[in-house]
Design a protein around this ligand. Structure first.
Ligand code: TRP
Length: 346
């Protein structure tokens, strides 16, 4: 087994592939924003890079989760990864809690993190203002766990949305701090923020990011929304009274729909402006809705098949956890040794 894993790793190194790590939390249903901003890009990246795509269930429990929903969503997120086109032969798909090294390294890194810098994270400030005095220590330490995720695999590049950039900077700070305190141990990762589709905005408040945690379901499209729901949500999407399909910051609603259409069909922004000239928004919105349905329907069908095939999903996450643990354990042992822990041979 170890030989096979080692061989796999050596092959990837020989091909000189850089390492990519990213993850999505199973804390809610995934949206079109997750799909266009993350998944669709991951699918392309897997040909060029040695990719680790994780379902970050340990992050999800920083806020309250219903056990049966967490279980269902964890498998569904995995199924969505596969249905969207991530190939488990090429990429390592795994569930974060299956690789104990994540929790272990997170503890170690916590001891090199300052409460002050964690307190300054904007995501923590936003969330803690929402949860008030019952905010968990896990939420404060969330970015340290994220740093552990990334650093365990000697990651080169981390595809994330702009909202996670600050967490990535903290990851780099922690890696440098540790490397300086001992000796080079961690690779310093770079953010990888795709220019297109990096941020799909809310359909109701297009100044805000499309978010599954919004109270208004009309503001987001879920990857698993049935076609009629998608059509309804797009027809209700907020636009403006100008009636011109134009890519402009003064028309954030229209701009967002144009980005969605452009990312899905590849039609250029100029071509889209031309196509709907003098036509108002009705036909434009219909076409946006159809483009989304065409893209998501086949994925939904695959997800439904996959989630009924528990044995297949299990075979994927088992193999993924084996591959991930092998690498993660190497890094963790190095870290333990440098800190001064007594090694125990296995
Ligand atoms: N914090 C990320 C988010 O909410 C999810 C995440 C956890 C992640 N660990 C990661 C992303 C490591 C990239 C790399 O989007």
């Amino acid at each position: 087994m170890v030989e096979k894993l080692e061989q796999n790793k050596v092959e990837k190194l020989e091909q000189n592939k850089k390492v990519i790590f990213s993850g999505i939390q199973p804390s809610g249903e995934l949206t079109l924003g997750n799909y266009l901003g993350a998944l669709k890009n991951w699918v392309k990246l897997q040909h060029e890079y040695d990719c680790y795509f994780c379902v970050v269930d340990l992050h999800a429990i920083t806020v309250k989760q219903e056990p049966k929903d967490l279980r269902r969503r964890t498998l569904e997120v995995m199924a969505i990864y596969i249905a969207a086109g991530i190939d488990p032969e090429k990429s390592t798909i795994f569930i974060q809690s299956h690789v104990a090294e994540h929790t272990e390294l997170a503890w170690l890194l916590n001891c090199y993190s300052y409460v002050g810098e964690l307190n300054r994270m904007t995501q923590f400030k936003d969330k803690s203002s929402k949860y008030g005095s019952s905010v968990s220590a896990g939420l404060l330490n969330y970015p340290v766990l994220m740093a552990a995720d990334i650093l365990l695999y000697q990651t080169d590049l981390v595809p994330v949305g702009i909202d996670q950039k600050q967490h990535l900077e903290l990851t780099r700070d922690l890696a440098e701090r540790f490397n300086n305190a001992y000796s080079p141990t961690f690779k310093i990762p770079e953010p990888y923020i795709p220019e297109k589709g990096a941020k799909i905005m809310s359909l109701q408040e297009p100044e805000k990011k499309m978010s599954k945690s919004s109270d208004n379901p009309n503001s987001f499209i879920l990857i698993m929304d049935p076609p009629e729901v998608i059509r309804k949500k797009i027809s209700r999407a907020v636009t403006d009274s100008l009636g011109i399909v134009k890519y402009s910051d003064n028309q954030p609603g229209v701009k967002n729909l144009m980005i969605i259409l452009n990312t899905l069909t590849g039609e250029s922004i100029e071509a889209i402006e031309k196509k709907y000239e003098g036509q108002g928004y009705a036909k434009f919105k219909e076409d946006v809705a159809e483009a989304i349905v065409n893209e998501l329907k086949p994925i939904q069908d695959k997800v439904k098949n996959l989630t009924t095939d528990k044995a297949y999903l299990e075979s994927i996450y088992k193999e993924g956890a084996k591959r991930a643990s092998y690498i993660a354990n190497k890094t963790l042992r190095k870290v333990q040794k440098k800190i001064g822990f007594i090694p125990v041979s296995k």
